[in-house]
Write a protein that binds this ligand. Structure first.
Ligand code: KG4
Ligand code: ZN
Length: 338
């Protein structure tokens, strides 16, 4: 059984092929970062147009790398949401059309579920349920109670900016490129810790929501009053990253304690952050629990996680071959309503 996965929810065109027995056969990510960098963020119209140019060549390339033909594919999994509507439409249109032409199932996948289950790409025995999942990406920051595959409850989420968005905005203030999370984290390594004490909003409450916009504004004011100096910028990056990680870790600990659970998943682009991974590993060690996360290349957007969830759906049965061409996407699709 083989699934071709398509992910075009934001600014990466991704195609992967996953085989039930042999695992990942090919995984291609085309990043549009250069296209958007001058704007300091994703321009939806440009993103969609670029997906149109890249998607078919990427499918062909993935088939060649996987050494399979289209006739060897048993299902097409595509991200149907959440994400940018025009970008989602490109992947959904290509995915559904291909499935219709091949008379195989078109499987709509929730992007956040893809992230949540991504550690299973590398963990042979899978994630242990029930668990708490911290989903941290450019568009979302959510704490989820995952009872089993497909059963998710949002315990808390960001009331304003997402964690990745906060990293990107502060990176922009520090004149780094876009997306800035990884660049900021690299700069922070040269920073002196505790040069600044940045606020950690909402960590004193047992409420599991987050708020990052106040922290971002605080940093913006510090940058405004500082000299344009490499060491000062590194110190700011370090104090900002430390504050972000403190907030994320405190909230995870709180969710684990409230639910009496000992398994934690961290997933989404920000989970590539080395300091966050270290801090969560330490916390889970102290709590006698286990952390599940995936290699950084699978933390950021990819189609391997989408193809993988597609395989799970096909294995579970009840997915029927595409009978007609009805194409729809769900830009605000909540992981709770799968
Ligand atoms: O999951 P993702 O690839 O896309 C969305 O679904 O949004 O997440 C992208 C986000 C960006 O905001 C990026 O700056 C952030 O993940 N990111 C990081 C790191 N690598 C990527 N943030 C902090 N540290 C990193 N190493
Ligand atoms: Zn994502």
């Amino acid at each position: 059984m083989r699934v071709l996965g398509i992910e075009t929810s934001c600014d990466e065109t991704c195609v992967a092929i996953y085989d039930k027995n042999y695992g990942l056969l090919s995984n291609n990510v085309y990043s549009q970062a250069n296209l958007h960098t001058d704007y300091g963020g994703v321009v939806p119209e440009l993103a969609a147009r670029d997906h149109v140019c890249k998607i078919v060549p990427l499918i062909k390339q993935s088939l060649v790398q996987a050494k399979v033909e289209l006739s060897d594919i048993d299902g097409i999994a595509y991200t149907a949401g959440p994400g940018l509507v025009s970008s989602l439409m490109v992947g959904a249109t290509v995915g559904c059309s291909l499935a219709y032409a091949l008379q195989i199932p078109a499987i709509s996948i929730n992007h956040m579920e893809g992230h949540l289950l991504s550690p299973m790409l590398e963990e042979p025995s899978g994630i242990q349920f029930p668990c708490i999942a911290l989903l941290v990406s450019g568009g979302h920051t959510q704490l989820i109670l995952a009872s089993s595959i497909g059963q998710y409850k949002i315990l808390g989420e960001s009331l304003d900016d997402a964690a990745g968005e906060a990293f990107d905005k502060v990176a922009k203030l520090l004149k780094l490129g876009y997306p800035g999370g990884d660049l900021l984290s690299r700069l922070a390594r040269n920073g002196v810790p505790n040069t600044y004490v940045f606020p950690r909003p909402m960590i004193k409450t047992t409420n599991l929501n987050f708020s990052f916009s106040g922290l971002k504004t605080y940093v913006a004011n510090i940058v405004k009053c500082s000299d344009d100096d490499a060491q000062i910028y590194a110190n700011i990056a370090r104090s900002f990253e430390d504050a972000m990680i403190d907030i994320l870790v405190v909230k995870c600990r709180c969710a684990l304690k409230l639910t009496n659970l000992r398994y934690l998943v961290i997933a989404g682009g920000v989970s590539a952050n080395i300091e966050l991974r270290k801090a969560c590993t330490k916390m889970m060690h102290l709590m006698g629990g286990k952390l599940f996360c995936v290699s950084p290349k699978f933390c950021t957007d990819n189609a391997a996680m989408i193809a993988y969830v597609g395989i799970m759906r096909l294995k579970a049965g009840g997915v029927i071959p595409s009978r007609g061409l009805s194409i729809s996407v769900r830009p605000r699709w909540s992981i709770e309503s799968l």
